[in-house]
Design a protein around this ligand. Structure first.
Ligand code: ADP
Ligand code: MG
Length: 257
């Protein structure tokens, strides 16, 4: 593959969970430097797509392909995906009882970078990133996600991204359950990471997040297919009108003769 291969290239992706076909031919390309928003009504398959990108074993790809900088992502183990710079932030991150934040981050960095980061350098970097995210120092000795508030969980995800410096960031409803202040902190954290070294796929049901993270491209997923793509104005249009019209337009039996 030439070095100009897109960061993420999804072609005709079909996927099912158990007997239920959910993705029905998703096509999407994310290049370095771009921020894409994927919107859509509940049940349209947004989380299914993020789970497929993560390699969740319950989601079965039945057709199509996904390339990460020209390489077959679907063939990669979860570890390989992380090492190649894929970072997925989820609606409900898991807790890891007994593992303090600081150890988790250091291990993750070692695993992703393949080398140990000297402890002083690591601590310095960690403190700088935490202060940018308005997190206090005690946070690092708490157990991962255990007893974290909604806002703390999301800040911790952003902290991980900032430390790991991924190539591709996929966020699934990272704004759900956050108040405006938390959304602002999280969005600023994401915005600091946007740049020519990275691409972002922000999945969100609501337009609200996109007041803070400005997408270059907006896509609407309905029935496991992208039915509309456009610029950021598409998100505003959806906010004003809701998804009903777009759903109607895309149901074949509803199309006027
Ligand atoms: P979204 O994130 O857009 O709300 P999802 O990808 O979570 O949509 O879900 C798409 C469809 O797949 C929904 O109809 C949902 O009910 C179904 N689904 C999701 N997870 C499962 C599961 N574990 N078993 C069966 N059906 C599921
Ligand atoms: Mg979802």
């Amino acid at each position: 593959m030439p070095e100009a291969a897109p960061l993420l290239y999804i072609e005709n992706l079909h996927a099912r969970i158990e007997d239920k076909q959910i993705l029905n031919g998703v096509n999407l390309t994310v290049n370095l430097g771009e921020v894409h928003a994927l919107m859509g009504p509940n049940g349209s398959g947004k989380s299914t797509l993020s789970n497929v990108l993560m390699g969740h074993p319950k989601y079965i790809v039945t057709a199509g392909r996904v390339l990460l900088e020209g390489e077959d992502l679907l063939e990669m183990s979860a570890d390989e995906r992380a090492r190649k710079g894929v970072f997925l932030a989820f609606q409900a991150p898991m807790s890891i009882p007994g593992v303090p934040v600081v150890s988790f981050l250091r291990t993750a960095m070692k695993s992703v970078r393949g080398v140990d980061v000297p402890i002083r350098e690591f601590r310095k970097e960690l403190r700088a990133q935490m202060s940018a995210l308005q997190m206090n120092d005690q946070f690092i000795s708490r157990y991962v996600n255990e007893g974290f508030s909604g806002g703390e969980k999301k800040r911790f995800e952003i902290l991980q991204m900032a430390m790991l410096q991924p190539r591709l960031i996929v966020m699934d409803e990272i704004d759900s359950g956050l108040d405006i202040d938390a959304i602002r902190v999280v969005s600023e954290g994401v915005n600091r990471l946007v740049g020519p070294e990275r691409g972002v796929l922000a999945i969100t049901h609501y337009q609200r997040l996109l007041d803070y993270i400005t997408p270059d491209h907006v896509h609407v997923l309905v029935g496991g297919r992208i039915v509309r793509s456009g610029g950021k104005e598409l998100a505003h249009e959806l906010e004003a009108e809701g998804y009903d019209r777009i759903i109607k337009e895309t149901q074949p039996e509803e199309v006027p003769a």
